[in-house]
Design a protein around this ligand. Structure first.
Ligand code: FNR
Length: 380
């Protein structure tokens, strides 16, 4: 309504409401290095495509003559009341697309009451982002460093700064083969971007012979080394439990047995995710992994979902297939690239409105009312 009414005065929306157009817009705005880093995927791009194709295989089956005039998108995740089943996925190095970076994102998310998940690879410190987020809900995403002191220090800082849930990303213990970035020899971290959190961290600094200011190259190499290598195991989750007083969510779960192990370990939530197709080329579409996992563990922990969500219909399909809520990645990053906080707000408001309208037109008042009977699977 707001957009159409403004149109009467010849005012157009600040940017497109269409996710594909947003991506082309960002391509025109950003240098090829940063754009490729955000838009790209692993290897042949098969998983990026599979994520989208999986959404196309499921269709909503609208119901008629049911009163869905008043819709309510609110839901509860990890015992926390949210205005909608949508969270901002952790996205590192936001300074590569806009100078206001994570602080702009935090303000936009807080204004709408949607949780922002701050990445360990943030270009802005944990405390600065918390200040920008204010009263807004915020979670902290951990890339699990192979130094316990640094890990405990990051968790302590996040807790002290008001982040309520811990999202541990398991699928990125080393960076994947990403041809778009390789061809441009572009890796933000090696350029010193996305190092704000470790550089400001006392435990990280204590492990260096020279300060990052004196020897930035050394600090960058130590930081890359900290987050590379897989020496973790399911047993080590006890360490996180010991150092984090709050719910823990494991991100990057794709196999039903891993989901079961998470539930057995007493983990409160998982994100069924393939990192937006950025890690394992040829991996199963995240949406294809969702129903089996939700069926197996949905009654034991909160199942969240990401990878490929672009529209309101996508949000509803993921929920009908068993997700409690979804994480959104690239689309709002394109909004950030366009106009910082206002751009992120525009993209988020667009998907919220689309979700609410589509829910109502499909004949439902709440996301919780969506079950498998709200969908049909089409096979070609
Ligand atoms: C990511 N993602 C990510 N995940 C994470 O746990 N920590 C991180 O620092 C990052 N960084 C990051 C940067 C960029 C540029 C992108 C595009 C993605 C993955 C992210 O959280 C999420 O899983 C995917 O983005 C979801 O897929 P869509 O919505 O982008 O298709």
């Amino acid at each position: 309504n707001e957009i159409y009414l403004q149109g009467l005065g010849d005012v157009r929306p600040p940017m497109s409401t269409d996710p594909t157009t947003l991506e082309s817009m960002a391509k025109g705005l950003l240098d090829s290095g940063p754009f490729g880093y955000v838009a790209g995927g692993a290897g042949s791009g098969a998983t990026v495509r599979a994520n989208r194709e999986a959404f196309d295989r499921w269709r909503l089956v609208p119901r008629m003559l049911r009163d869905a005039t008043d819709r309510d998108l609110s839901t509860t995740v990890l015992g926390q009341q949210l205005p909608a089943p949508i969270l901002l996925a952790p996205v590192g190095v936001q300074a590569i697309v806009h100078p206001d970076a994570e602080s702009a994102t935090a303000r936009a998310a807080a204004g709408l009451g949607l949780p922002m998940i701050l990445s360990t690879a943030s270009s802005t410190s944990i405390e600065e982002v918390a200040a920008a987020s204010g009263e807004g809900p915020r979670w902290y995403q951990l890339y699990w460093p192979n130094d316990d002191e640094v890990c405990a220090s990051l968790l302590r800082r996040a807790k002290a700064a008001g982040y309520t849930a811990l999202v541990v990303t398991l699928d990125t213990w080393t960076l994947a083969w990403r041809p778009t970035d390789l061809d441009q020899a572009y890796l933000p971290f090696l350029r010193g971007i996305g190092t704000a959190i470790p550089f400001s961290d006392p435990a990280f600094r204590a492990g260096l012979e020279k300060t990052p200011e004196e020897d930035p190259q050394m600090a960058i190499l130590r930081w890359v080394g900290l987050f590379t290598g897989q020496d973790k195991s399911w047993d080590r989750l006890a360490f996180l439990r010991e150092h984090w007083d709050g719910p823990i969510v494991l991100k990057g779960i794709q196999h039903v047995d891993d989901a079961r192990r998470a539930a057995d370990a007493g983990i409160e939530g998982i994100v069924v995710s393939n990192h937006g197709g950025r890690q394992v080329d040829g991996a199963i579409a995240s949406l294809d992994a969702l129903p089996g996992i939700a069926e197996a563990v949905g009654d034991r922990l909160d199942v969240l979902f990401d990878s490929g969500v672009r529209t309101g219909a996508d949000v509803l399909k993921a929920i009908a297939l068993g997700a409690k809520a979804v994480l959104l990645g690239r689309p709002w990053v394109y909004g950030l690239a366009h106009s910082g906080e206002a751009g992120v707000r525009h993209v988020l408001r667009s998907i919220l409105a689309d979700t609410e309208l589509t829910l109502g037109l499909a004949g439902h008042r709440t996301p919780g009312a969506l079950g498998r009977d709200a969908l049909a699977e089409v096979t070609r």
